[in-house]
Ligand binder design. Structure first.
Ligand code: ARG
Length: 473
């Protein structure tokens, strides 16, 4: 048995926990990454304690000095994290008190429960801001590729069967829209993360009346008017992990979108499609088959969706049925949160850097989109414009497709008499629908993949992303 006596067991405890207990309960191995926010939070708390007379000016100076020195040691890697002190909060506080006796006053009217909520909220706030900036870069990469390949047409698919022609750009811009919704979900999540819990104590606040607004203001927990945003119920504040679940749920949708994009890239780069080639740096060879060029990055981006979904399920399960208020179970929130944030950010960055290496094979795309059957719907629309009810037109074109299949003659090559045999409205003029350029001009509505619309959308996104980048500078 170890003789250690961590600070959380001071006073009423006589013996220390064994090594196995320490190893099982410590979180310092993973929550040390909260150190910057822990120190920032402590400085704000100490500043507030001085303002209400709990600390003298000298004591505040000593605490700030101690915390800055600790920050430097952590930054340079000389700080020794000690699992006996369980977590980042106690490691820093214990070391501070060793260096500056005034540190013993820092925990006045504060508990680790509200401290961990504070640190996680501050950490996540920064993480959301950085994630959004990276998502914008991914949007730009998609828009650039759309613009670079503005004239390329490909079949649009449903059921993975060729449906109708679309611009390659239109397909890529679909992902720009998805990422945009992902960003707005993160912005929305930010609103609920950005609320200061400090002052909730262990669960029931404190009899020492602290200035919660001052702490919140120092740490940037404010609304657009600069008014502090603070939690309104101490019991909720120390046990709420909704904001973490929300972030991980938003991340799960991001992962779903990445998985779909990756799947498209994987399909497109197969010999069967041959629409695109990914840069060598983002593919690997096979240890056995010398000809292979595998899209591993896209496959991993697709594969990592599993762990992102898993982390969300893990969190939801952890909080289910927890009695009020803080329970140690909640320490299990950090690893899934960190893993989700790290995985999403790494995937975002890699997709954004891989896309510019993607080259499009215009011949293969033209060949695929040259299939006249892709314009069968246009022919039905033509008949509608000649006065035929759509259902009937659908049937007529269906018969024409069957005739073409049976005779082995492409639908746009059938003879005048063959056309006439199916419908009197199918005069030679009907063949004009098979002019792909003309067909793309006719798709004019907002949201359509027509030539004018797609170039408008590329322009709109270019402008929007440019002004967003300028605004963030
Ligand atoms: N390491 C803990 C966690 O991450 C901090 C809060 C500990 N509180 C407690 N009462 N044991 O949840």
């Amino acid at each position: 048995m170890s003789k250690r006596k961590p600070v959380s067991r001071s006073g009423r405890f006589s013996g220390g926990p064994g090594d196995d207990v320490v190893a099982y309960t410590e979180s310092i191995s993973f929550d040390q990454r909260l150190w910057r926010h822990d120190i920032q939070g402590s400085i704000a708390h100490a500043t507030m304690l001085q303002s209400i007379g709990v600390l003298t000016k000298k004591e505040l100076t000593a605490i700030k000095r101690g915390l800055s020195a600790i920050a430097k040691d952590i930054e340079t890697g000389v700080f020794e994290w000690n699992p006996d002190y369980e977590d980042v909060h106690m490691n820093i506080e214990a070391e501070l008190t060793k260096r500056e006796p005034a540190g013993a006053k820092l925990h006045t009217a504060r508990s680790r429960n509200d401290q961990v909520a504070l640190d996680t909220r501050m950490w996540l706030r920064d993480e959301i801001v950085d994630t959004i900036a990276e998502l914008r870069l991914l949007q730009s990469a998609l828009v650039n590729s759309a613009a670079d390949n503005a004239s390329v047409l490909v079949p649009g698919y449903t059921h993975l069967q060729r449906g109708q022609p679309v611009y390659f750009a239109h397909h890529l811009l679909a992902y720009v829209e998805m990422v945009d919704r992902d960003i707005s979900r993160l912005q929305d999540c930010f609103e609920r993360v950005n609320i200061c819990p400090l002052g909730s104590g262990a669960l029931a606040g404190s009899t020492i009346e602290i200035d919660r607004g001052l702490v919140a203001r120092q740490l940037g927990f404010v609304d657009a008017k600069g008014k502090p945003r603070i939690t309104q119920n101490s019991m909720d504040a120390v046990s709420d992990r909704d904001y973490i679940v929300e972030f991980c749920a938003a991340a799960a949708l991001i992962a779903a979108h990445y998985s779909r994009l990756s799947e498209d890239l994987i399909l497109w780069s197969s010999a069967e499609f041959n629409f695109v080639r990914l840069g060598d740096a983002y593919t690997t060879g096979s240890s056995l088959m010398p000809q292979k060029k595998n899209p591993d990055i896209a496959e991993l981006a697709r594969g990592k969706t599993g762990r992102i979904y898993g982390n969300l399920t893990c969190l939801l399960t952890t909080i289910k049925g927890l009695p009020m208020t803080y329970n140690r179970d909640l320490q299990e929130d950090k690893e899934p949160l960190f893993d989700t944030a790290d995985t999403i950010r790494a995937t975002t960055r890699l997709l954004a850097s891989m896309l510019p290496t993607m080259t499009v094979n215009p011949e293969a795309c033209a060949n695929a989109v040259g299939d006249p059957l892709l314009l069968a719907t246009d022919l039905a629309d033509y008949l509608v414009n000649q006065g035929m009810p759509f259902r009937e037109a659908h049937d007529v074109v269906g018969s024409l497709v069957a005739l073409s299949e049976k005779s082995g003659v492409a639908i746009n090559q059938l003879s005048d008499s063959e056309l006439q045999s199916v419908s009197k409205l199918l005069t030679p003029a009907a063949r004009s629908v098979f002019d792909l350029k003309r067909a793309m001009k006719k798709r004019k509505m907002v949201g359509s993949p027509g030539s004018t619309q797609v170039s408008k959308q590329v322009g709109r996104w270019r402008k929007a992303l440019q002004s967003l980048t300028e605004a963030s500078r």
